[in-house]
Design a protein around this ligand. Structure first.
Ligand SMILES: Cc1ncc(COP(=O)(O)O)c(C=O)c1O
Length: 442
């Protein structure tokens, strides 16, 4: 595999880009990307199991989105919505609010990314309830603005040296599907209840912000019993329940919003990544009376809700409703589960577990005694890269499997064949410890 051009570019990057901007696993310089195939600057091709961190649910350079972007470009690139109005923004808002679970009358505030959408959640929750405290969950990822990084609890590197952070953000344990039903039933809201009874008056809590599937925390779907009990606790105490859908929204989990898998109607939804249908956009939507509680300019951005991203979003939204897409997604989810089960059966000493909600999957790489194999996961993903698959790890030992939803079944199979080969090489001691020097990711 020739990587000299990529390596040269990475060396130049290091001279001018702050190191905090890359969590790199290998020197992959993306030159071209089409659907679920990425080509690097040396001409190597990779099947895409990352979908640009779940921000390209319809894949790279999707012709449906490219057409919408081109058409909008010829009319209007952007003109700030702070002082004017534009049709793509209105029409996209109409579509997104129509998708709010439970037929709730909702309004939206657009921003630039998932991080500022989380900031919006805090602002609106505080303003609407008149309460200040916000509850989040340990190992959650919410972004990198000051507000959203305060809410993030999955990496000390996002907190060290930069404090003080936003006050009144409290993190509690998250209960995932990796926990036994009876344990969840007995303990999942115990710490919250203790806190409410001792130092954290529930009457001062504005909102709970929760990822229905913890993403960067390790693709861990919330346990349904936990979600139900948490929701009931919120309702009993006048606490708003916000679903954080930045990574899992837009059919990543098989439903438009991940929270729909739990049968819960939230008070608000935090969006980012694929909301922009390949461009930069973020949004927070909630019940109309919540969104009506802040006057301008309490939450607006010069380029927030820009016309091109909204035009692309409209085209994406309409395609997502089509029978063609829905049938493709259903088949892909079934195939993903089958391929993952086969992989686990073939490599019981390497694959500790697979867990997924729809097309969002984590594959735990463990040692024979069940402990996390952090070196092993890196060796497997590095060999996969050498064999032509882009896949990364999360939480130190979990392979992140989030291909574009439109990936072709043959490409999905090819990606799993590469994982199979990489695991075989790892089991046979064919991946040298030398590769570990490249590790700089999560
Ligand atoms: C769940 C979740 N929330 C928020 C964010 C922040 O989004 P952005 O990086 O677009 O600001 C991310 C990004 O990875 C995310 O996964």
């Amino acid at each position: 595999m020739k990587t000299s051009i990529c390596e040269g570019l990475v060396a130049r990057d290091k001279e001018v880009i702050a190191p905090c901007q890359h969590l790199s696993y290998y020197p992959l310089v993306v030159e071209k990307a089409q659907g679920a195939v990425i080509t690097d600057a040396d001409g190597n091709e990779f099947i895409d199991f990352l979908a640009s961190a779940s921000s390209l649910n319809l894949g790279s350079s999707n012709p449906i989105l490219t057409k919408a972007i081109q058409e909008q470009l010829t009319k209007l690139t952007q003109y700030t919505a702070c002082y004017t109005y534009n049709q793509p923004m209105i029409e996209y808002a109409e579509r997104l609010t129509s998708a709010f679970p439970g037929g709730v009358k909702a309004k939206i505030a657009f921003g630039n990314c998932g991080s500022d959408a989380n900031d919006a959640a805090v602002k609106f929750a505080r303003a609407y309830t008149g309460r200040q405290k916000i509850i989040v969950f340990i190992n959650g990822y919410h972004g990198n603005t000051y507000g959203s990084s305060t809410m993030t609890t999955c990496s000390t590197r996002m907190h060290e040296k930069m404090g003080p952070f936003l006050p009144e953000i409290y993190a509690f344990p998250f209960f995932g599907v990796d926990q036994a039903d009876d344990v969840v039933e007995k303990t999942c809201v115990q710490q919250l209840e203790q806190a409410f009874a001792s130092y954290l008056p529930a009457s001062e809590v504005a909102a709970v912000v929760i990822e229905p599937v913890q993403g960067d925390g390790g693709i861990l779907p919330a346990h349904p019993i936990f979600m139900k009990k948490l929701y009931e606790l919120c309702k009993a105490n006048g606490i708003l329940f916000f679903s954080e859908e930045v990574q899992q929204g837009f059919y990543r989990t098989g439903k438009f919003f991940a929270i729909e898998n739990y049968g819960i109607v939230p008070d608000g939804i935090v969006m980012g990544k694929s909301i922009g249908a390949s461009l930069t956009l973020g949004g927070f939507m909630a019940r109309a009376e919540i969104m009506d509680c802040l006057p301008a300019p309490a939450h607006l951005f010069t380029l927030g809700g820009n016309s091109i991203a909204c035009a692309s979003g409209i085209a994406q939204f309409d395609y997502l409703q089509s029978d063609e897409f829905q049938a493709h997604l259903k088949n892909n989810i079934a195939l993903l589960e089958e391929l993952a089960a086969d992989l686990k059966a073939k490599h019981p000493k390497v694959v500790g577990f697979t867990r997924n909600l729809g097309f969002s999957m984590g594959i735990g790489i463990t040692k024979e005694d069940g402990t996390h194999d952090n070196d092993g996961v890196f060796k497997v993903l590095y060999r996969s890269y050498e064999l032509g698959l882009l896949v990364i790890s999360l939480a130190g030992y979990i392979l992140r499997i989030q291909p574009p939803l439109i990936i072709e079944p043959e490409q999905l199979k090819k990606g799993f064949a590469i994982l199979d080969q990489a695991m075989t090489d790892y089991e046979n001691g064919k991946i040298s410890d030398d590769v570990l020097k490249f590790r700089a990711g999560w």
